[in-house]
Design a protein around this ligand. Structure first.
Ligand SMILES: Nc1ncnc2c1ncn2[C@@H]1O[C@H](COP(=O)(O)OP(=O)(O)OP(=O)(O)O)[C@@H](O)[C@H]1O
Ligand SMILES: [Mg+2]
Length: 266
């Protein structure tokens, strides 16, 4: 089993090729869980509904969407509705029998709501604010994925989890992909984004160890730092290889077979 994640910009620019690329591997017998991001599309619909999207930055430099109650509604509509079904229909068009769920369906992903989060404010000072409707994944129910992948070729997962009080929560898609890869004991985790891989000192890193990746963290900027962190966690808990590569080429899943992108191993 392979877990593939694609970010919102890669999907917006190249959904057709991403879907073809997944469908091709599915027809060869690969079982794929596809986790999607889609933050930009959520922002677009928020604006259409008169809500201004908000973002926060943690003291570690990790940038996240801030989700209050009204924003959660749009998040769920766009992620579990519009985008998830758009991806499913595209996979179906290219011959893959795909089914789409959110992490709440079947109790697939359980998360703990963040009561408080620490953010850095405009003046550079750290302070705690209410966490909103954002969660940290605490449990992956692997049997949900296994059962669905016995009946369908591709499982498309929207980044939403069920909280401990059964509330819907926004979860980070990179985190979701990594935790799923760990929970189902996937062979590989492939994160597709809008750059060729992890760039350090002007060049794309090829193969690196988890230790090397962790040492390089301070040199890696927002967006990518979270991916590297999650890849390291996945590899440390048994996923053979985590790859960060471009989702903008004709056949992005080629990164599973050919040495492109940045590969993180033990
Ligand atoms: N050292 C680095 N190497 C590569 N990219 C980096 C680096 N530092 C910061 N980045 C940024 O990280 C971005 C990728 O992360 P980002 O979270 O923006 O995308 P995504 O997760 O694929 O999509 P989305 O968050 O919209 O779903 C790149 O576009 C790049 O601008
Ligand atoms: Mg991102």
């Amino acid at each position: 089993m392979i877990v593939v994640k694609a970010g919102g910009r890669a999907l917006a620019q190249n959904l057709d090729n991403i879907a073809k690329s997944i469908a091709k591997r599915a027809s060869e017998g690969m079982r794929i869980i596809f986790v999607h991001g889609g933050g930009d599309l959520v922002s677009e619909y928020e604006r259409r509904m008169g809500i201004e999207p908000k973002f926060v930055v943690s003291p570690q430099g990790i940038r996240s969407r801030y989700t209050d109650e009204a924003e959660l509604e749009v998040f769920v509509m766009v992620m579990a509705g519009k985008l998830n079904k758009e991806i499913v229909s595209r996979l179906q068009r290219y011959g893959a029998n795909a089914i789409g769920i959110s992490g709440a369906d079947g109790g697939f992903l359980k998360a703990e709501r963040k009561k408080k989060i620490v953010i850095v404010d405009e003046r550079g000072r750290a302070r705690a604010i209410p966490g909103g409707y954002t969660g940290r994944i605490i449990e992956v129910n692997a049997s949900v994925a296994e059962n669905l992948l016995n009946s369908f070729q591709v499982l498309v997962v929207a980044p939403i989890a069920l909280g401990t009080e059964y509330e819907l929560l926004n979860i980070d898609a990179d985190q979701a992909a990594a935790k799923i890869s760990m929970g189902i004991k996937a062979e590989k985790l492939l994160i597709l984004t809008d750059v060729e891989g992890v760039i350090v000192d002007g060049g794309v890193l090829g193969s690196i160890s988890v230790d090397e990746a962790e040492k390089l963290q301070p040199k890696i900027g927002t967006g990518m730092n979270r991916k590297v962190m999650m890849c390291c966690e996945a590899v440390r808990s048994g996923v053979e290889e985590a790859i960060i590569s471009t989702g903008l080429i004709d056949d992005p899943l080629e990164a599973l077979e050919r040495e492109i992108g940045t590969r993180i191993k033990t």
